[in-house]
Design a protein around this ligand. Structure first.
Ligand SMILES: *Cc1c(COP(=O)(O)O)cnc(C)c1O
Length: 232
């Protein structure tokens, strides 16, 4: 068995166990493989082991891999900051955008989504810890943004994505993810079709699953440590 397969199995087992411990339904937490900086060959190995969802942060790098893996049926999630001049290619080549935090970007994505494709799935990124320099809509502005985004023709509002500040203790992780879960409940009252709470990375997926995450975004635990500096 290759290294990729072993890692995938151990992450899947971890998720399964965390679901059990949190009294969640088996299979209620999906795995997004975050593949930034890794070559298409590594993604292909994971795809051959059964992984279908991949998350990318940088457009040019992503487009090369999407082209190289064109023979496979994969679901591509854009999870990096979205610049206005990149929306067209994102709207054409991706299935999901998890990092929408302003209306202007959502409007461009909707206008540029090709008509023959299904609506682009959208998660609104929330600045859950109100960090000054961080992307994401402020929690108190979320419902206003969601109302506007849900009106756009070629988008489908699926839920929320959060990237918390680094927390030293599990207690702090649980607190932050608990606030995200509360916001997600509020979102679902206004938008019952929203079904995705994207939170949890390699270092905090247990706490995220405890607090209701439906999609964990895992890079390091699946691929190993990244050597290329993270441009974010
Ligand atoms: C890189 C990244 C991840 C994965 O982080 P790991 O700690 O490597 O699991 C998840 N979400 C986003 C938005 C990222 O940029």
């Amino acid at each position: 068995m290759t290294n990729s397969k072993t890692r995938l199995q151990s992450v899947m087992n971890f998720i399964k166990l965390a679901e059990q411990q949190a009294h969640r339904h088996p299979g209620s937490v999906k795995l997004l493989a975050v593949s930034k900086t890794w070559p298409a060959s590594r993604l292909r190995e994971l795809a051959e082991a059964g992984q279908t969802r991949f998350g990318e942060n940088y457009l040019q790098e992503a487009l090369e891999k999407i082209a190289a893996l064109d023979d496979l049926t994969l679901e591509w999630h854009f999870i990096g900051p979205v610049q206005s001049n990149k929306t067209r290619e994102i709207a054409v080549h991706f299935d999901w955008v998890q990092s929408v935090d302003r209306l202007k970007i959502a409007q461009r994505l909707s206008a540029q989504r090709p008509q023959h494709k299904t609506p682009l799935n959208i998660c609104l990124q929330v600045n859950i810890d109100n960090e000054p320099s961080k992307s994401g809509v402020q929690p108190e502005k979320l419902l206003e943004l969601a109302a506007a985004v849900s009106q756009l023709d070629n988008l489908c509002l699926r839920g929320l994505m959060v990237i918390p500040a680094i927390a030293e203790t599990e207690e702090k992780q649980l607190d932050t993810f608990g606030r995200a879960q509360q916001l997600f409940s509020e979102l679902k009252i206004a938008h019952p079709e929203a079904d995705t709470l994207s939170m949890g990375m390699s270092a905090d997926m247990q706490a995220a699953i405890t607090q209701g995450s439906t999609m964990v975004r895992i890079g390091t635990a699946l691929f190993g440590e990244r050597h290329t500096p993270d441009k974010q």
